[in-house]
Design a protein around this ligand. Structure first.
Ligand code: WT7
Length: 658
């Protein structure tokens, strides 16, 4: 973490912001059916937080119950010590044994429009067969398996098959390059790679097998490659190494007993970027992870598994998909929608058409998506009947109040609680979020830590902050917490547990209002220091997006001789709006009016799009480089590298300099 980054503390600006905030209590209509409508869960957890988590763990099937709920030797936690269970049994067998074989697990839709309906009974069959395929390829308990697949049903099948035989998986998002895949395979020392000929994205086939071949050429740990046929692209199959999924499955034995796994056995690795170039292999284990993803999936989304149709529109290649497309929903016996492609194929109403056709009741997506839909216009959602929706979720980045209200109004029809869920790859499951039947919402706030979770905002010295801005920390272990960074325990301690004594430091800034609500401010390395005053990029972006002409904005701090840092705003205008110097000036004034002169951008750069990672996160580092006039670094994780070129060009051609 750079030393010049500190959270904002401008009390007057914070209070001015809170004065404008509206509150939205749960409606009586929603409360009538809600699982939780009062503070009882919080009260219970406050009495005895370990006992509380143990009671949640009892919602799962265990072969042996644990002896000790928690062993905590900071920073290393062990939950449900001595307990044994199997994740695939909990996600599949027990539901089938309970008579739910015919319940739909996934309504799957491919981007070209092909569909598959997969029941719990069918999913269990597929998983058992593929578990036997893996065993046949020599995969044993404890071996790592790499998965590089598009959003097709074979992806959850492969993950659950790994879980069934106790082989930790390492899923690499299909948008990652061959090099990124190679590095992750090598770090995990995986034996088998599961991939596909390709996947569909915005009408074209993504060449996964080509990337996989290039990766495996330099990753000698891989002994076998299993290839799913998806796009029918002509792909070379290497003799003795590559085999088709459908050929292997055709001969696979349909029964495979689940392994009895220790609660602390590794369930999966998931790589995430840190401040250095080397991605971190985040380790998640079995009992605690499943306990918290199941608990949060049920209560945060007010899941009624027998009637709800739940859709998390993330990609399984990210933690959101691991926890809230695969493990949480399946552990709860939910019916999910799973969609392969982009939201604008064949047209910009694809999501709303999916919601209408499947009767989706719960939608979980990211603010970047919501802001894109805002940019496209309300005519797309308005063309569809979305009255089935009853809960909306947001995740991945701070949601600005304007996007929150747009989501609430134009997607939720003013009737669906919006749960803004804060968590990280490292936390494994949702940590700070409303409970929709119990929490009075404030648009833009993730509200409160969930029952059993303890979060505090602290100042530079680690002292607890009661009101105002600071660093977000977690003050005690939680069941789904990362157990470490694969192969690097020291980096784990250093990254998360060294900044503040006895606290996990999340890397995020947050502020508390006088009602104890948490407002996430983004990563602290995105906090700027202007003339000795601290200004959050998120706050300035929120102010910009609040302007009727703005669709999306990203703000970075650039070095400035006089003020230390100066604010540069990259702005995408809504359709039909033209960039001009006048418009830039208007936006600078708008920010001044919303927050104060201290937050006024020095320069506004208009661009047709912002550089984003494949997961939709704005690449601020890159924008900072553009702003500083430095050479651009590695752009391989960009959704569209051309965007950067354009921004760079505009940055040198037409800044609205003062
Ligand atoms: C970072 C974690 C959690 C799954 C997807 C991202 C930011 C996440 C929120 C939220 C404000 C959020 C944080 C966090 N973030 N959710 N509701 N409000 N910020 O996982 O890639 O591990 O990123 O995303 O900055 O630290 P990730």
């Amino acid at each position: 973490m750079p030393s010049d980054t500190e959270p904002p503390e401008d009390r007057a600006a914070i209070e001015a912001l809170f004065d404008e905030v509206r509150t939205i209590p749960p409606s009586d209509e929603f409360k009538k059916r809600a699982l939780i409508t009062d503070t009882s869960l919080y009260d219970e957890a406050n009495q005895d937080w370990q006992g509380f988590w143990a009671r949640q763990a009892l919602a799962l099937d265990w072969y042996d119950e644990w002896d000790t709920i928690l062993e905590w030797k900071l920073p290393f936690a062990q939950w449900f010590v001595g307990g044994t269970l199997n994740v695939s049994h909990n996600c599949l067998d027990r539901h089938v044994a309970n008579g739910l074989a015919d319940r739909v697990a996934y309504h799957w839709e491919g981007e070209p429009g092909d569909t598959r309906t997969i029941t719990y009974g069918e999913l269990l069959n597929e998983v058992q067969k593929f578990a036997n395929v893996l065993k046949g390829l020599g995969v044993e308990r404890g071996d790592r398996v790499n998965i590089y697949l598009p959003m097709i049903p074979e992806l959850p099948v492969a993950m659950l098959a790994c879980a069934r035989i106790g082989a930790p998986h390492s899923v690499v998002f299909g948008g990652f390059s061959a090099e990124a895949l190679r590095d992750r395979i090598l770090d995990a020392q995986a034996k088998v790679l599961i991939t596909a000929d390709g996947g569909w994205r915005r009408g074209s086939a993504v060449p996964l097998k080509v990337n996989a071949d290039n990766a495996v050429a330099e990753a000698p740990t891989i002994e076998h490659v299993v290839v799913v046929r998806r796009t029918e692209a002509d792909v070379p199959m290497q003799d003795g190494r590559d085999q088709w999924w459908h050929d292997l499955m055709a001969d696979a034995f349909p029964r495979c007993e689940p392994e009895r796994m220790d609660a602390e056995d590794l369930l999966y690795l998931l790589y995430t970027s840190g401040t250095t170039a080397k991605p971190k292999g985040i380790m998640h284990t079995t009992g605690g992870y499943l306990t918290q993803v199941a608990f949060t999936h049920k209560y945060v989304f007010d899941l009624h598994a027998d009637t709800d149709v739940y859709w998390c529109a993330a990609d399984i290649g990210w933690v959101t998909g691991h926890s809230y497309i695969v493990y949480g929903p399946l552990a709860n016996g939910a019916t999910s929608v799973m969609y392969e492609g982009t939201p604008d194929f064949p047209d910009k109403d694809r999501w709303w058409s999916i919601i209408e056709r499947y009767g989706v009741t719960i939608l979980y997506c990211a603010p970047t998506g919501i802001r894109t839909f805002m940019k496209w216009g309300t005519q797309y959602p308005e063309a569809h009947d979305m009255s089935s929706l009853r809960v909306l979720g947001s995740v991945g980045e701070p949601i600005n109040p304007e996007a929150w209200m747009w989501y609430w109004e134009h997607i939720g029809g003013g009737r669906c609680p919006v749960v803004d869920t804060w968590w990280q790859t490292e936390t494994g499951a949702i940590m700070i979020s409303p409970l929709p039947g119990a929490t009075t919402l404030k648009p833009g706030s993730a509200t409160f830590p969930l029952p059993g979770i303890a979060a505090e905002v602290v100042d530079e010295k680690g002292n607890k902050v009661e009101l105002g801005g600071g660093y977000l920390t977690l003050t005690r272990p939680w069941p789904s917490m990362l157990r470490g960074i694969y192969g690097d325990p020291e980096r784990y301690r250093e990254t998360y547990w060294s900044r503040f004594e006895d606290r996990y430091f999340a890397g995020d800034g947050a502020k508390l209002d006088d009602g104890g609500y948490f407002w996430l401010l983004g990563r602290v390395d995105d906090v700027m220091n202007i003339s000795g005053h601290r200004v959050s990029t998120t706050e300035v972006e929120s102010a910009l997006v609040d302007h009727p002409s703005v669709a999306e904005a990203a703000v970075v701090g650039t070095k400035d001789e006089t003020t230390g840092q100066a604010i540069i705003a990259f702005v995408t205008l809504k359709g039909g709006q033209e960039p001009s110097d006048e418009r830039g000036e208007e936006l600078r004034k708008h920010v001044t009016a919303k927050i104060g002169a201290i937050a006024r951008p020095k320069t506004v750069i208009f661009t047709d799009d912002l550089p984003k990672t494949r997961s939709g996160k704005i690449m601020r580092r890159l924008l900072r480089d553009v702003a500083d006039g430095r050479d651009l670094g590695d752009t391989t994780t960009l959704a569209d590298p051309a965007v950067v070129e354009e921004i760079k060009r505009r940055a040198t051609v037409s800044p609205t300099e003062e």
